[in-house]
Design a protein around this ligand. Structure first.
Ligand code: DCP
Ligand code: MG
Ligand code: MN
Length: 342
């Protein structure tokens, strides 16, 4: 007790970041002894408190912490780092970043692995049993290098054409679209996103077809690993995450397939074209006009409580046949997929 400095208090993130910044100061500018000392002293002062000091009024009460330093500390609490050190990573940041790049390892699992002592992707690869890795992450590790690579547009197009042929061989009325960054015209993509549907006006739907398509892709030597077990393979909304490549392809790629009911196509096209920022802004716009937009459709008469939580789902807006119809109803000027990158 007494002068032992605790390093697990509620202000540790700010304290340790200030120390990092102190180390960086001389590298950024000329020697700035005063600033280095004030960062280090502030770090130790913060460690002496057992309440979280994350606001300007609380911080400026402390002797030696002026408004400028207080602003920096607030930024650290808010963002988890400070602009000046965000290029400078801790071992934990490095490990979490590396694990986050492994397909099949979610954020919580990455933290867990770090706490158990894993530091690098090679650590995990050397002994998957020791870390009790699940099947999906073992496959992610196996193709770690492949899956970090971007997919050239020419390969995306080749894959799209081949898969479309197979889909139409199953049923000529199946409609397959290649979505995501490919539809936005990107020169390369992170994965391959497919949307599958069928016009039901002749009485038949695409029910069961996502599963059937995947099976046919396996037979064709294109689909290799199914990573997320779809809850409902056979429904109209089936979704698959897997890995595959063209038989002549060198690298394994991520493939997402989403089945959607015909009526949902306009909304699903918008959703799966993205990008995610565009989706967020158009959904917000819908909300402001009293609508609700998601991948299933555009809904009206959604009632919300004072906090904005929805009380009723609302009803589908009638007469929506295309993406343009949704833009029109929401009074959003039409933008081609290539332009949906706000
Ligand atoms: N999407 C979304 N919100 C998410 C994930 C996805 O709105 N959290 C939508 C928008 C994306 C689309 O789905 O554009 C496809 O998702 P991807 O993760 O495949 O992203 P992109 O295809 O846009 O980019 P990439 O080239 O990295 O695959
Ligand atoms: Mg994609
Ligand atoms: Mn995707």
């Amino acid at each position: 007790k007494g002068n032992r400095v605790r390093r697990d208090g509620p202000n540790e993130i700010a304290a340790s970041t200030l120390e990092l910044m102190a180390d960086l100061v001389p590298k950024i500018r000329d020697q700035d002894e005063f600033r280095v000392r004030s960062y280090k002293q502030a770090a130790n002062k913060l460690r002496a408190y057992d309440t979280r000091l994350d606001s300007l009024p609380k911080l400026t009460q402390i002797r030696g912490i002026g408004p400028k330093l207080a602003t920096k500390i607030v930024e650290i609490f808010r963002t988890g780092t400070h602009r000046r050190v965000s290029t400078f990573e801790s071992p934990e940041d490095r490990a979490l970043k590396a694990f986050g790049n492994v397909y099949g390892i979610a954020r919580a699992m990455a933290s867990d692995l770090y706490l158990k002592g894993a530091r690098t992707v090679d650590d995990l690869r050397r002994d998957p049993d020791k870390w009790k890795l699940n099947e999906a992450s073992r496959i992610g590790l196996k193709y770690y290098e492949d899956l970090l690579e971007r997919i050239p547009r020419s390969e995306m197009t080749a894959m799209y054409e081949r898969v479309k042929e197979i889909a139409q061989d199953i049923d000529p009325k199946l409609q397959l679209e290649c979505m995501g960054s490919y539809r936005r015209g990107a020169e390369s993509s992170g994965d391959i996103d497919f949307l599958l549907t069928r016009d039901p006006s002749d009485g038949k739907t695409h029910e069961g077809m996502v599963k059937k398509l995947w099976r046919r892709l396996v037979k064709a030597g294109i689909a290799h690993h199914l990573l997320s077990m779809p809850e409902d393979w056979n429904g109209l909304d089936a979704k698959i995450n897997g890995l595959g490549k063209l038989p002549e392809g060198k690298k394994m790629r991520r493939i997402d397939i989403l089945g959607v009911p015909w009526e949902s196509m306009p909304a699903a096209l918008i959703y799966f074209t993205g990008n995610d920022h565009f989706n967020r802004s158009i959904r917000l716009k819908a909300r402001r006009h009293g609508y609700r937009l998601n991948q299933h459709g555009l809904y009206k008469d959604v009632s919300r409580d004072r906090k904005g939580e929805k009380l009723t789902e609302g009803t589908l807006v009638p007469g929506i046949r295309t993406e343009r119809d949704i833009f029109r109803v929401l009074k959003v000027p039409w933008s081609e997929p290539e332009m949906r990158i706000p």
